[in-house]
Write a protein that binds this ligand. Structure first.
Ligand code: X5A
Ligand code: ZN
Length: 676
């Protein structure tokens, strides 16, 4: 199951024939620059190349009026003067004698891509097209767009393939008002667009581009606009918008197909967008979307006018569709205040329509203290310690069950949350790092092991002595079996930290799990300075008995609670921390089903540059090991299926933890500072 690249060189034919400063940026070199770069990077060669066909007039009729289609058809025979006069009747449009042919190829490319994905010929793909489509409307060309490529693709997926839920993600820097109008009242198409808005002072200057346009009729809540009110939005802002807004809705919507209006005028250097996101950011956005819809993602080019930035961003997107890990993001991972204001306002506006946005925040301030919670990141060049309300140590301050009581008891809800918190806090833990090098640890007691195919056989005789030395202090590591697993683990760990291995999986005998993990952590931390390692340990409650667990949160196994924990806590921490390596350990009684474990593992590849080491116990099911191995190699995790809402207790526990961690970990924020 590969990646399709749909293209036709005829689409370079249409071009501006007269002087028009607004339109001159939409030029043929946009396609050739992108294609050249795809070839130079060897990416084109890795894709299934499909030559675009022309869409039929019937297909255009899925969203456009017959009169409008005729009007565009007739431009083929017009002279320059007539073309210019007709163009003037639309906003930011030029026609060329080849426009009808090119625009039909652009639509045809989008349809071929959708067909290839929905018939299982490929897993995903990219349509490299012009003219773009998302501004075009039922009977109007607009903003360089003639036919609405993505909207027609969505209508076709519904009509020809019987799809019932399609997510359209419009990451172009302009509002795709054309798509919005076409699906405004249609609950089978969830349209998400972020766009430069500047309180209405940016093209296309529409009131309905603002956050309060949410669709109508049956489609209420299925239009989601995220207006950017300042220029300069960057990687942290884009990732925060996905984690805190788009992805909760998308998981709740549970799409069967994801269409991307992939405009790259939202990338750094673009004269239209004036934004700051680097090309790698599009790899991350793509990767974040690939966990939806079983990985069925079709990206269609929209805008993007800085040729270098466009070409590089297209490469990043295609490379990620091919399954390669996203390169690390540059720059500080701190969303700006204006971005947080926008995100918060959309969350508030959309909350009535989405369970995944509800149940958050209304109990804020309920807790004055909480359970033992401590996260330490220490290192040669930075030290951050976050000490959250120490747990009272005197037994007299504990409730009868031995749990720390909240100081401000706000009523029944708080009491429930208190007991849930203290009983469930052990399932996911953050490890403190010895003061050797920067590290955060999300916990894990038991070891599993990932073996990239080319590495599997190499256990290195030279390593054995060292392995034995590491094992010596641990009684449980004495047997051969445990020693072998440890050897593999250390081998992989070194390979990943040296950059020779991208990901791995190791299985360990259950009795040796805790010790193996301990060695792994020590080894990772002693490997070299300046390494950031994120340890994530998931296991049943008894993990609390182990030392070194400092921060923990319940990791509910129900879809809603699980997702809010991953999207609202684990990934923001991980993106903020930017680890060199993530170790995920699934210990005894971890309670996760295969799809959940796969989703978590898959999503952690993002912040770690793909360097994820999974540790399993030997008695894990082969299905689990198989599914994890596949996602580690870049395959899409299976869908989680229908959404079920997080319990109030889980939501409360998560909110408490987030509240404690937010001052230090800015990616956790989804609203601006009130004091600012
Ligand atoms: C597809 C696209 C932008 C039109 C801008 C007009 N259109 N000022 O990016
Ligand atoms: Zn655009």
């Amino acid at each position: 199951m590969g990646t399709a690249l749909v293209y036709h060189e005829d689409m370079t034919a249409t071009r501006l024939l007269w002087d028009d400063p607004e339109c001159e940026i939409e030029r043929p070199e946009r396609l050739t620059a992108a294609l050249d770069r795809l070839r130079k990077c060897g990416l084109e060669q890795r894709c299934l190349r499909l030559s675009a066909r022309e869409a039929s007039e019937e297909e255009l009729g899925l969203v456009h009026s017959p009169e409008y289609v005729s009007l565009v058809r007739e431009t083929q025979v017009l002279g320059k003067e007539e073309l210019q006069a007709l163009s003037g009747q639309f906003d930011a449009i030029y026609f060329h004698p080849s426009t009808f042919h090119c625009a039909r190829l652009a639509v045809g490319a989008a349809l071929q891509l959708v067909d290839a994905v929905l018939t299982g010929v490929v897993q995903n793909g990219f349509a490299l097209v012009r003219p773009p489509g998302h501004h075009s409307q039922r009977a109007a060309a607009n903003g360089f767009c003639v036919f609405n490529n993505v909207a027609i693709a969505a209508a076709h997926a519904k009509q020809k393939h019987g799809l019932q839920r399609i997510l359209i993600v419009d990451w172009d820097v302009h509002h795709g008002q054309g798509i919005q109008y076409l699906f405004e009242d249609d609950p089978s198409v969830l349209y998400f667009s972020w766009h430069r808005y500047e309180h209405g002072r940016f093209w296309p200057f529409l009131r309905e581009s603002d956050a309060d346009a949410v669709g109508r009729g049956q489609g209420l809540g299925f239009t989601v606009n995220l207006p950017w009110n300042q220029v300069g939005m960057g990687n942290a802002d884009y990732v925060a918008a996905f984690l805190h807004l788009l992805l909760p809705l998308a998981f709740e919507f549970d799409p069967e197909l994801v269409l991307v209006s992939a405009g790259f005028d939202s990338a750094i250097g673009d004269p239209e967008g004036q934004m700051q996101a680097t090309p790698e950011c599009f790899a991350h956005l793509t990767q974040l979307l690939q966990v939806l819809a079983g990985g069925r993602v079709c990206a269609m080019l929209e805008g993007g006018y800085h040729l270098e930035s466009l070409a590089e961003s297209v490469c990043m997107t295609v490379q990620t569709l091919l399954g390669d890990p996203a390169p690390p993001l540059s720059g500080p991972m701190v969303p700006c205040q204006s971005a947080l204001e926008s995100i918060q306002s959309v969350r508030a506006t959309q909350a009535p329509y989405w369970k995944s946005l509800q149940l958050q925040g209304h109990l804020a301030g309920c807790w004055a203290t909480g359970p033992h919670l401590r996260l330490l990141c220490s290192g040669c060049d930075f030290e951050l310690s976050l000490d959250v309300t120490p747990v009272p140590t005197s037994p007299s301050t504990h409730s009868p069950e031995g749990r720390p009581p909240p100081l401000l008891s706000g009523g029944p809800v708080c009491k429930t949350a208190a007991s849930v918190l203290s009983s469930q806090l052990d399932q996911l833990c953050l490890h403190p790092a010895p003061p050797v090098c920067p590290a955060v640890a999300l916990t894990a007691p038991d070891i599993t092991l990932v073996l990239p195919p080319d590495v599997t056989q190499q256990e290195g005789a030279a390593l054995n002595e060292e392995t034995e030395a590491w094992a010596r202090p641990h009684e449980s590591l004495a047997q051969d079996e445990a020693l072998t697993a440890l050897g593999k683990l250390l081998y992989l760990l070194d390979g990943m930290l040296d950059g020779q291995v991208s990901s791995g999986m190791v299985a360990t005998p259950p009795s040796a799990a805790a010790a193996t993990l301990e060695v792994a952590i020590q080894r990772g931390l002693s490997h070299g300075a300046q390494r950031r390692i994120l340890w994530l340990n998931i296991r049943g409650k008894e993990a609390a008995a182990l030392s070194m667990f400092q921060v923990s949160t319940p990791l509910p196994v129900l879809t809603g609670g699980f997702l809010s924990c991953i999207l609202g806590l684990v990934l923001p921490l991980a993106y903020g921390f930017q680890p060199d390596l993530v170790l995920v350990a699934l210990g005894p009684a971890h309670g996760l089903q295969g799809p959940h474990a796969a989703l978590l593992t898959s999503m952690l590849r993002g912040p770690a540059g793909g360097r994820v080491l999974a540790l399993l116990e030997e008695d894990s099911t082969p299905q689990l090991a198989g599914i994890l191995a596949r996602v580690l190699h870049g395959e899409a995790p299976p869908s989680l299926g229908p959404y079920s809402v997080a319990s109030p207790e889980d939501a409360q526990a998560l909110m408490y933890l987030r509240g404690q961690l937010k001052p230090q970990w800015k990616m956790l924020q989804c609203r601006p500072h009130l004091e600012a």
